[in-house]
Write a protein that binds this ligand. Structure first.
Ligand code: IDP
Length: 148
């Protein structure tokens, strides 16, 4: 079964949106197999956003993501990378449809509430970066027979 990495950023945690966002994930039929509230070190932030290291907003991005707790999750489901991105919405909340997390709660690209892996390859990389193997659990949801 496919896995993805979603992370509620400091603005989402600070605005008390953890429950609202997890509710959407569970309601969709996605299984949460790992989750933790944590602070992000500068090293982790720089590695996670490494592809943006040459961008003018990189410093601001690292400062933001290390500025308060984040809620990191590993999610499991069929096609969950793509479905996760659909729930999250477009990078710029102004272009995100209502009904998406960024579309419903975000106003600016710098504070867009949540991160979601954009491909299976980056999901694998990000899960390994953010979670230890023993933090990812395997269990059955009784609802899965009605989801699949
Ligand atoms: P994504 O989060 O939708 O995958 P990316 O292009 O990978 O989008 O960018 C990573 C994060 O960097 C975005 O979620 C956003 O918070 C931040 N970011 C992207 N572009 C800008 C910008 O022009 N100014 C400030 N922050 C930006």
């Amino acid at each position: 079964m496919e896995k993805t990495f979603l992370m509620i950023k400091p603005d989402g945690v600070g605005r008390g949106l953890i429950g609202e966002i997890v509710k959407r994930i569970e309601n969709k039929g996605i299984k949460v197999v790992g989750a933790k509230l944590m602070t992000v070190s500068e090293d982790l932030a720089k590695t996670h956003y490494g592809e943006h290291s040459e961008k003018p907003f990189f410093g601001e991005l690292v400062e933001f993501i290390t500025s308060g707790p984040v809620f990191a999750m590993v999610l499991e489901g069929e096609n969950v990378v793509e479905i996760g991105r659909t729930l999250v919405g477009k990078t710029n909340p102004a272009e995100s449809a209502p009904g998406t997390i960024r579309g419903d709660f975000g106003m600016t690209v710098g504070k867009n509430i949540i991160h979601g892996s954009d491909s299976v390859a980056s999901a694998d990389k990000e899960i390994a970066l953010w979670f230890k193997e023993e933090e990812i659990l395997s269990y059955d949801l009784v609802t899965s027979a009605w989801v699949y």
